[in-house]
Unconditional design. Structure first.
Length: 439
């Protein structure tokens, strides 16, 4: 089994609007068999031309993100004046900026691991510097705000006065900036994902490792002081869960074992509590589907960092349940994380097809918002209810949305916010597959 790391990078992107030409009939039928849980043959591998087209499209995903959705080295969604992006009218969904930034950091890390492109390393460093500033600007060292931007930025000023989670002026020397409060675990999940990938996949870059180590220690020290609760300097509270705590404890133990070895027992307790109650995904028809993506991110972080054989096997078991036994969710992101964390697994065949086929079915950039209604499409009958198909939709037919793989794959329709609304091309899958020569 051979892969390209770029496939993981691709799943870290959101969907685009026009499909690359095109899946073969055999490939299409195989993917439909996955969604109906009746796979009986091996995945028909992408041809050389398909692989070339896919890799070109993946690079385009990255370009769109960095051109259109990455102010201050943070990932946000934007309203533009027109489809030429003449002017940014305002930011949107800024409250999830830290989460998408961590995912995009991971995608850049994997891109650099393959290409060694110095410009990619510059963007990685810029993102780590942004995280450095974010975790130092609020008045509580190590607290991670949702987003930080210039108060004078017209597009940001059109957004933050209406943000209900609290907007606050940064401390010196960042007084010109406004940070968004009431941070959830989601933001920390995305950032832990980006930092873990930076640590694991850039092992020979001492400068990057020093910066990652500093950030992990800074954030963990703040969490540990508050018993792993997320507490802002404005007394906003978010409770921890075992998987969240295990992820940050393991990151800390990995980057500086001597400093954090007294947390190891707590890590093990958190790990097994999370194993029993959190390392799983919900129903394919769950209306609150998005936590699945966050949990899979955390399981991935534990899987690439864990060095205990027994716990590593436990993670393989849970990840196999997610990516193989539940492959009918048809989530290329989950498949990418699984194959990246366990590249030598014997149960690669179905995730391999989900990843390759799902990414090849990805529409092409840019991802402007649009109305989608598949409720009358006979391909997606019967329906589970008025909002969901019984089975997962093909990637190209799903409604566009922020970070694609967090959304319910059976959703039939969504209403357009604006034809000039640019979804985040924040990444989560392409970047993390093992860097091997072909697919």
């Amino acid at each position: 089994m051979k892969w390209t790391r770029f496939l993981l990078l691709a799943t870290l992107q959101v969907p685009l609007s026009v499909a690359i030409p095109g899946l073969s009939q055999e490939q299409e039928e195989w993917l439909e068999s996955v969604t109906h849980s009746n796979v009986s043959t091996s995945w028909p591998l992408l041809s050389s031309n398909q692989s070339i087209n896919l890799l070109k499209n993946i690079r385009n995903f990255q370009n769109i993100t960095e051109i259109a959705n990455y102010p201050y080295y943070q990932a946000v969604e934007l309203w533009y004046s027109d489809k030429n992006r003449t002017k940014i009218l305002r930011y949107d969904d800024v409250g999830d900026g830290a989460a998408w930034t961590g995912l995009h950091l991971a995608s850049m890390v994997h891109e650099y691991a393959v290409t060694q492109d110095p410009s990619v390393m510059d963007r990685i460093w810029g993102t780590l510097e942004a995280l450095d500033m974010m975790t130092a600007c609020t008045g509580k060292l190590g607290y991670l705000p949702r987003f930080v931007g210039l108060a004078s930025d017209p597009a940001y000023a059109a957004y933050y006065p209406n943000y209900t989670g609290g907007t606050f002026r940064c401390i010196a020397p960042y007084e010109d900036y406004i940070w968004l409060g009431h941070t959830s675990r989601d933001m920390y999940d995305g950032v832990s994902f980006g930092l873990a990938n930076s640590w694991v996949w850039l092992p020979s870059n001492a400068t990057i490792r020093r910066k990652v180590k500093m950030l992990v220690e800074r954030i963990t020290d703040s969490l540990r002081k508050d018993y792993m609760w997320i507490i802002s300097p404005k007394d906003q509270f978010t409770n921890p869960l075992p998987l969240f705590s295990a992820t940050w404890r393991k990151l800390a133990l990995t980057v500086n074992y001597e400093k954090y070895k007294d947390m190891e027992a707590a890590y093990i307790l958190d790990f097994y509590a999370a194993y029993e109650f959190e390392m799983k995904i919900s129903s394919i028809h769950d209306s609150t589907y998005f936590p699945n993506e966050l949990d899979v991110e955390e399981v991935y972080v534990l899987a690439v960092l864990e060095d205990d054989e027994s716990r590593k096997n436990d993670l393989l078991k849970r990840f196999t349940e997610i990516a193989v036994n539940n492959a009918f969710h048809f989530q290329p992101g989950f498949a990418a994380f699984y194959l990246s964390a366990f590249p030598n697994t014997s149960t690669y065949m179905v995730p391999q097809g989900v990843l390759q086929g799902g990414l090849y079915d990805y529409p092409a950039a840019p991802d402007w918002d649009r109305y989608v209604d598949q409720s009358q499409n006979p391909k997606y009958m019967p329906h589970y209810d008025s909002d969901h198909s019984e089975y997962a939709l093909m990637i190209r037919d799903r409604p566009p949305t922020t970070y694609f793989w967090q959304r319910n794959p059976t959703t039939l329709k969504v209403y357009c916010r604006s034809a000039i609304y640019q979804n985040t091309s924040a990444c989560t899958c392409i970047a993390m597959l093992p860097a091997q020569s072909d697919m």
